[in-house]
Design a binder for this molecule. Structure first.
Ligand code: ZN
Length: 65
């Protein structure tokens, strides 16, 4: 489940059909559709960034102990 800030709803909404895209300034972003008002929403960063950082933290914890 990907959440992004919807400009129309002015709150965070669940993103439908999230797709990894690259913006004009070469920054990765996730583009999708607001599940409520169907307008296009963007979220900066990569699709599964959170999971990767969590795994990285767990890996370093294992090394630490
Ligand atoms: Zn919306």
């Amino acid at each position: 489940m990907v959440q992004a800030f919807c400009v129309k709803c002015r709150t965070k909404r669940e993103m439908k059909n999230p797709k990894q895209v690259v913006l004009k300034n070469n920054r990765p972003a996730v583009k999708g559709t607001c599940s409520v008002c169907e307008s296009t929403v963007y979220r900066m960063g990569r699709y599964s960034k959170k999971k990767k950082t969590l795994k990285g933290k767990l890996g370093s914890l294992k090394l630490f102990f």
